[in-house]
Design a protein around this ligand. Structure first.
Ligand code: GTP
Ligand code: MG
Length: 396
């Protein structure tokens, strides 16, 4: 640039400047592609979270000694005899009941991905006792959501074999308890809390920071016939409160723990609900004296259970998603900002380049002008010189 330039190299300079600007745009383009790929990575992450979100449901697992009435409690809540129960229908493996949008229920086992149809509850019970499964394997019952409010609201029920008949408590916990939002211990009001039941929940609470545990003292319809029923009730209450508050330390005080202990009769709840839904009166004699109180207690349990499970599931499941979502947005924002600043600097460089080019052209223009003046002057001088010479020649 500057004085050393002649006309030829000045024209080349335009070409050089053009090439440099072009390179800058190429770089910006590459940067945008890179950013796009980076942002695409986030798209996958968000897709992954949405997939988990679609599968997220509230899970309640029922445990207790055999024959305490776990399956009956679940049936009462589902308002249908879905789980096989009673003599000859001992639960041998884990059975999960979850909602389906289809009108017909069906069955899925771990052995096959072929859904098996269930035409009647009777057949389901037959199917379940026919398939001899490992006790820690899982059978899934997909039951129409339209038939039960819990299923409609995305609650999954897990029924288990008796905790007193297994050696596999640890693998049970690993397989079925770690993602449970609520545990229901189905106890028997006719006996005290057994060590096997306590041990199981000690194990659970050593794996989960603060499991939500409800204790149902079932078969209260039987105990209630005894004379000292109020004394029995207080004794049960005291022991179970002590277990939750002092032993397991999963509830901070006894007042709160009282919302976790219920004296119920799953049998009565199931029978009366089945009749209620059919619109038929419950035959006299099928329910024990004072059944209203126990039905009320069962409904009370469900209300507290609903509150507890939804709160817990929102906290444990959605809090994680929220944190990850926040992280992703802030990361994407960072990338966007960086890309914006980088392209801004590039643009600045580009503007500077243009400005330089303009200055250069300006300079060239002036040079040309000067040159023209010089030429003009020279021509003028030459003409004058020639005129003079001609004049003197003429004079001569
Ligand atoms: P397993 O699957 O063998 O571990 O037993 P479970 O805990 O699932 O017990 P299930 O629901 O099969 O109930 C056992 C028996 O007790 C059945 O005959 C029920 O009808 C009966 N039963 C359940 N709940 C009650 C109740 O509240 N009162 C009375 N009287 N009987 C009940
Ligand atoms: Mg059972």
């Amino acid at each position: 640039m500057g004085n050393g330039h002649n006309l030829g190299s000045a024209l080349q300079y335009f070409g050089q400047a053009k090439k440099r600007i072009n390179d800058i745009f190429k770089e910006i383009g590459e940067y945008i592609i890179e950013t796009d790929q980076f942002v695409d990575g986030f798209k996958d992450k968000v897709g992954g979270i949405m997939e988990i979100l679609a599968r997220d449901r509230m899970k309640v697992a029922f445990f207790g000694r055999t024959s305490n009435g776990k399956s009956t409690v679940i049936n009462a809540m589902l308002r249908d005899k879905i789980m096989p129960s009673g003599i000859g229908h001992t639960t041998h493996c884990f059975i999960q009941v979850e909602g389906t949008d289809s009108q017909e229920g069906f069955l899925l086992t771990e052995e096959s991905d072929q859904p098996q149809s269930i035409n009647s509850i009777k057949q389901l019970a037959h199917n379940l006792s026919a398939v001899k499964l490992e006790e820690n394997s899982l059978v899934r019952i997909l039951w129409p959501k339209s038939k039960c409010k819990f299923l409609k609201e995305d609650v999954i029920f897990v029924d288990s074999p008796g905790i007193d008949v297994t050696q596999q408590l640890d693998s049970w916990i690993d397989k079925y308890c770690l993602d449970a939002d609520v545990f229901v211990l189905v106890g028997n009001a006719e006996s005290t809390l057994m060590q096997t039941e306590k041990n199981f929940f000690h194990k659970v609470s050593s794996r989960l920071s603060s499991p939500n545990i409800f204790i149902l003292l079932n078969r209260w319809d039987v105990s209630v016939l005894e004379e000292d029923v109020e004394e029995v009730r207080l004794q049960h209450l005291d022991r179970n409160l002590g277990f939750l508050v002092d032993e397991l330390k999963v509830v901070s005080n006894k007042k709160e723990a009282e919302d976790r202990i219920y004296f119920i009769s799953a049998r009565e709840a199931l029978i009366s609900r089945l009749h209620q839904d059919k619109g038929t009166p419950t035959p006299t004699g099928t329910l024990q004296e004072g059944f209203q109180g126990r039905l009320f207690e069962f409904a009370n349990f469900e209300r507290k259970f609903e509150e507890c499970i939804s709160k817990s599931a929102v906290q444990t499941k959605f809090e994680q998603h929220t944190k990850r979502g926040k992280l992703i947005t802030s990361e994407v924002r960072g990338v966007m900002e960086e890309s914006y600043h980088k392209s801004l600097t590039k643009t600045e460089e580009q503007v500077k380049e243009y400005r330089e080019k303009c200055d250069e052209l300006d300079y060239l223009g002036k040079q040309l002008k000067l040159l023209t003046y010089e030429v003009k002057d020279k021509i003028k001088l030459m003409v004058e010189d020639v005129e003079r010479k001609v004049a003197s020649a003429l004079n001569d």
